[in-house]
Design a protein around this ligand. Structure first.
Ligand code: PGA
Ligand code: ZN
Length: 426
């Protein structure tokens, strides 16, 4: 596939920070294409849609892992793009891998620091959208087909569980909560039911928090979860747990503690005290049992393979031990985590590695080793809903897209709902 033109521009993300948006314009179909497509498909709309452009944009993280792909300032990324645009437009790419590895070779560094992971990714995502359309495929079907290029065939048809981040702390809020994300996860396999449960819980939680702290103290964090003056992590967990119990909601609590953020001078700084890794381990065990917690993401700092392995050994049968900063959607770091049994579920973020192909390769590696995957947004998001298709496409166990509020988060949940409904019709 040849690309006729690419426009790159700077937009603002949900935090008001500049980020990149790309638009790919396909080669206009030739008369021969039109005749062939018309013969194949009497609805000429597919021809029309094939000749229109596609758009993608990239989000940005705040509690980033040190081993993530490099991010360039958007202004500089625009300049770099100016230097490579011609070479991209000249080429006829046979598939996603060829496109992505062409950019990887133009960059020439392991961390993508030359062109920037954000620039490479926005181009890679746009290519995926255009190539899917070129082949008359839904994006999620196209992404699923790419898994097989990494010798992995998905056999299950499961739909991702939405993971709603309803209370925000850590780097994502102004409150003093040490843990970053307090999530609820519907236990229903029906996505539409799960989404409405999330919305109902979120609205009830808002009323409870406003009664407890006063309206003016209930703010929103970066991921649209509530940010309030809780005195401890347990106080936040208690409010959520009570609400679930009282209404008998089929919901479980998940946590992303994002522990790298509060690991200072060899101690985990929680609630004003310094915990050793053994102490924080015991603390996690007690809250997992008390609040019936289903998942724990980044409970230890980003190089603590042994501590993750310890938790996986003791609690992995009952809890999803999720690696984010530990693995950063990186094949080599996932390999090490698999070898050392440091977890059972990998968080998948396109931005951490910087291309669609490498992301799919990591997902395939996870599955081959019986790990689960959870696809995730970033705290600074755009309206792009690519990750909804990615989560469905790779058969992820879950998707983290924040609280069920604000357009950047709802874009993902609404796209999931659309896919869910279209699958019901089949
Ligand atoms: P980030 O946080 O996007 O700010 O890195 C998300 C996460 O830690 O999962
Ligand atoms: Zn995380």
């Amino acid at each position: 596939m040849k690309i006729k033109d690419i426009q790159l521009k700077i937009i603002l993300d949900s935090r008001g920070n500049p980020t990149l948006e790309a638009e790919f314009f396909p080669e206009t179909p030739t008369d021969a294409d039109l005749t062939r497509t018309n013969a194949e498909n009497s609805q000429s709309s597919s021809v029309l849609s094939r000749s229109s452009s596609v758009v993608s944009s990239v989000p940005a993280g705040k509690s980033k892992g040190s081993y993530e792909a490099a991010v360039l300032e958007p202004e500089l990324a625009m300049e770099k793009f100016g230097q490579i645009k011609k070479s991209i437009l000249e080429k006829d790419f046979k598939d996603q891998k060829e496109f992505d590895y062409f950019l990887i070779s133009l960059d020439g560094t392991p961390t993508k620091k030359n062109l920037g992971g954000n620039l490479i990714l926005v181009l890679s995502m746009c290519f995926a959208r255009l190539f899917a359309r070129h082949n008359n495929l839904e994006l999620h079907d196209y992404l699923r087909s790419l898994l097989s290029t990494f010798n992995f065939q998905l056999s299950t048809q499961s739909f991702p569980h939405p993971i709603f981040n309803v209370i925000n702390g850590g780097a994502h809020a102004k409150s003093s909560l040490d843990f970053q994300e307090f999530q609820i996860i519907p236990q229903s396999e029906d996505f539409a039911i799960g989404l409405s449960l999330g919305e109902e819980f979120y609205k009830k939680l808002q009323r409870i928090l406003e009664d407890k702290f006063g309206k003016d103290k209930v703010l929103l964090g970066d991921e649209a979860g509530f940010s309030c003056p809780f005195s401890s992590n347990e106080e936040a967990l208690e409010v959520m747990y009570e609400l679930i119990e009282k209404n008998k909601y089929p919901l479980r609590i998940g946590l992303d503690t994002a522990a790298t953020q509060f690991f200072k001078e060899n101690k985990y700084q929680v609630g004003g005290s310094g915990y050793s890794s053994e102490q924080i381990f015991d603390y996690y065990k007690s809250i997992i049992n008390r609040y019936n917690i289903i998942s724990l993401e980044d409970p230890f700092s980003e190089d603590s393979f042994d501590d993750f392995a310890h938790l996986e050994k003791e609690m992995g049968g009952a809890v999803l031990v999720i690696t984010d900063d530990l693995t950063v959607t990186n094949k080599e770091r996932l390999k090490k985590s698999i070898e050392t049994k440091s977890g059972n579920t990998i968080l998948i973020k396109l931005t951490q590695i910087g291309t669609v192909s490498e992301t799919l390769e990591v997902a395939a590696l996870a599955y081959e080793n019986n790990w689960k995957t959870i696809v995730s947004h970033r705290s600074g998001e755009t309206l792009d809903d690519f990750i909804a298709d990615l989560a469905v496409g790779i058969g992820a166990w879950g998707i983290k897209a924040g609280a069920p509020a604000k357009p950047e988060r709802m874009a993902k949940y609404n796209r999931l709902l659309e896919i869910w409904q279209s699958q019901l019709k089949v």
